[in-house]
Design a protein around this ligand. Structure first.
Ligand code: PHE
Length: 455
């Protein structure tokens, strides 16, 4: 049979494992690197409120729809559409997801590679005061081979976890790493909130100025919600295909959204109090916030006790690294599960193939910061192109197709059965959820999508 949904297929062993693995996919550079950058660029507290609305009104319905598709079919993203809608064009959404997973992993691993480099530099105590961190960052990312080496090491780390399989690899890893991550975040936040001048940062995060909410801000908030929750590519559908029968889908989706938002907001509480405590640092420093501004902040803020600055910075980059790893695993898994189940390759060989493809494409993304900065397709270097194609094109389009598939194509009874585990669970607000999946998500996301395309 085409779909391998028998007992030999991997399964997550425990409920906690499921939530932590899914939250591990969601929590990543998107929360700790991209979220603060977006908050900084879009004016602070008001952006956060808009973002939270989108998480629960648009992105959570897509996540639920992915859970229904994944667990309802017990197959990889492409196999899922083949099982649930044989011979129908919906399968395109599955292929888009596999392509999207590979493209995201290719450019995301560039930033993950930078993070690995900064982790090493930080522990080697080389991010010390008196340097021009902007120039240091620039020198590194434009170098033709150094960033690629770190990117490849990172891809191999991802490969190692994925090829170990679902329960022994992904679940075990997430179960250990997610709690470690939360502990590090809380510790860092305590440090940060105790810095002199931290209150300025708190004001930026907590006092909304609604005059700053423009359409651009609204669109950014929506894009951020999608990227941060990993929805639209079938990544969470793939994970859901490993869920057991008694896994409650609605509360799991809700918990993952809650945890992801919590980590994003706590990251804001780490970064902004620290940024505001150093005179001359701006909250809207862009993507460099984490690699240029923060090393400076660590040095300045702990000038009298450098050892604390050393610890603070080391912990921060390790945190970023672990968060990135639990996300890249899920991107890798979309394509690995597809190749493994579709082409009857062993899981290991499928994973090798995916890693090699991502190394090739990923190196092109890395080079687009240096020697290939002049190579442009549709006016974009490889990194920007892949970022655009996934976050602004495949993910929203996937979100629309996924929710429409579940609410307009699938049998209502089947969907309700999945959401209530065959009627054994009472789900409060079920009709509201179905309404969100049917109308609010596809239309809301459609608006972002059209706007992105128009720009
Ligand atoms: N959600 C991840 C993050 O916040 C990124 C991601 C995108 C993961 C797409 C999987 C699929 O970093």
């Amino acid at each position: 049979m085409y779909v391998n949904n028998s007992a030999e297929r991997g399964n997550f062993g425990s409920r906690l494992g499921v939530i932590l693995a899914s939250a591990g996919s969601a929590v990543g550079l998107g929360n700790i690197w991209r979220f603060p950058t977006e908050v900084g660029n879009n004016g602070g507290a008001a952006f956060i409120l808009v973002y939270l609305c989108f998480v629960f009104l648009l992105a959570m319905p897509v996540m639920l729809a992915e859970f229904v598709i994944g667990r309802g079919s017990k197959a990889n993203t492409v196999g899922a559409y083949r099982t649930l809608a044989p011979g129908k064009p919906w399968i395109v959404a599955g292929f888009m997801g596999v392509l999207g997973g590979i493209l995201v992993l290719s450019f995301y691993s560039v930033v993950a590679g930078w993070t690995l480099h900064y982790t090493v530099e930080s522990f080697a105590n080389r991010l010390t005061a008196g340097q021009d961190f902007g120039a240091v960052f620039n020198d590194f990312v434009t170098n033709p081979w150094k960033p690629i080496i770190f990117q490849f090491i990172f891809l191999l780390m991802t490969h190692f976890v994925v090829s170990r399989g679902v329960e022994r690899g992904i679940e075990q890893f997430s179960k250990v790493m997610m709690p470690v991550l939360l502990i590090i975040i809380v510790l860092l936040m305590c440090f940060s909130l105790n810095m002199p001048g931290a209150s300025e940062g708190l004001r930026f995060l907590l006092r909304p100025d609604f005059s700053k909410v423009t359409t651009g801000v609204v669109l950014s908030a929506m894009g951020q919600a999608f990227f941060s929750l990993s929805v639209g590519l079938g990544c969470l559908a793939t994970y859901a295909s490993y869920f057991k029968k008694d896994m409650p889908l609605v509360s799991s989706a809700f918990n993952v959204c809650l945890l992801d938002s919590l980590v994003a907001i706590l990251s804001g509480f780490i970064i902004f109090p620290a940024v505001f405590s150093v005179p001359g640092m701006a909250p809207d420093a862009g993507p460099g916030l984490v690699y240029i501004t923060l090393p400076h902040v660590f040095n300045e803020a702990f000038a009298s006790v450098p050892v604390l600055g050393y610890l603070f910075s080391g912990m921060f980059y390790i945190l970023l690294l672990l968060a990135a790893l639990t996300s890249t695993i899920s991107m890798h898994e979309i394509a690995t599960a597809f190749i493994h189940e579709n082409y009857h390759l062993s899981r290991r060989s499928a994973a090798v193939l995916v890693t090699l493809i991502c190394m090739l494409l990923g190196a092109a993304c890395s080079l687009s910061f240096g020697p290939w900065s002049e190579v442009k397709i549709w006016n974009r270097g490889f990194f920007d192109l892949f970022d655009f194609l996934t976050a602004k094109f495949l993910m929203p389009l996937g979100g629309i197709l996924i929710t429409m598939f579940v609410e307009w194509y699938l049998d209502r009874k089947f969907v309700v059965e999945q959401l209530t585990n065959g009627g054994t669970l009472r789900v409060r607000g079920l009709s509201i959820l179905l309404f969100l999946i049917r109308w609010v998500a596809p239309i809301g996301v459609g608006i972002v999508f059209l706007n992105e395309i128009a720009n």
